[in-house]
Design a binder for this molecule. Structure first.
Ligand code: TIU
Length: 227
């Protein structure tokens, strides 16, 4: 793979021209509290099985991405232990009996350093892979993600993670407005709600790719493995 390599990836609304030297894999919020039985997500009444389907395709993709020597960035949604960065509106939204910062099934809910806040073992970051701790749904809000991408010469993102219509969509929209081309992999993103999974992906690729492209992990893995 040279700096000039361009890999044509089958995608909608049309093929994505992936330039490996300028493309990072962005894995959004694959955290235990969202994905594991007994976590915060399940405590809220969600079916974590809907999200867990994305773990294995992400594991394969991450392996191939690392093998190819390309940049991978992980994100986690969460807050400072003192909750100074937690907007009061986010704390009280939903009127839940337990909310962010309270003691949950895997430590304090969405607080950095707690077990539930960390990334699932199957996709655990390796040393040298940037981990972005974000207080919001979008990966760019109040983080150094844009600076890290710019410093690495990144212009394209392959985006995976959870949930499709919340943090993935928000991050893709933020990335799009900052000039990044985003390829979202449908088998590597997940929603607790099947209808939001479908519509969340449709919203990205509609109107000629208004926010980006939608493809499959197998096509990316095949392309980067060949080079
Ligand atoms: N990461 C992410 O999507 N956070 C959420 O809160 N998602 C929900 O779907 N609730």
């Amino acid at each position: 793979m040279t700096d000039e390599t361009v890999l044509t990836i089958s995608a909608e609304p049309y093929a994505f021209e992936l330039e490996p030297g300028r493309c990072a894999l962005l894995i959004i919020d694959m955290q235990r509290d969202f994905l594991e039985p007994g976590g915060f997500g399940e405590m809220l009444g969600n079916d974590v099985g809907q999200l867990r389907r994305a773990i294995e395709p992400n594991r394969r993709l991450l392996g191939a991405w690392r093998e190819a020597g390309l940049l991978v960035i992980h994100t986690r949604e969460g807050h400072r232990p003192d909750l100074a960065d937690l907007p009061p509106a986010k704390k009280v939204r939903g009127h839940g009996a337990k909310t962010i910062g309270d003691a949950g099934p895997m430590g304090r809910i969405l607080v950095r350093g707690e077990a539930g806040h960390d990334i699932v073992p199957e996709l655990y970051p390796r040393g040298g892979e940037p981990v972005i701790d974000k207080p919001g749904k979008g990966a760019f809000f109040a983080t150094d993600l844009h600076a890290i991408l710019q410093n690495n010469g990144i212009a394209q993102l392959v985006v995976t993670g959870v949930t499709t219509e919340v943090c993935v969509n928000t991050s893709v929209r933020e990335a799009n407005d900052r000039g990044y081309d985003c390829l979202v992999l449908e088998d590597c993103v997940g929603s607790y709600f099947p209808e939001f999974q479908e519509m969340g992906l449709k919203m990205i690729k509609a109107q000629g790719g208004i926010f980006g492209w939608v493809g499959k992990s197998s096509d990316v893995i095949e392309a980067i493995a060949k080079k």
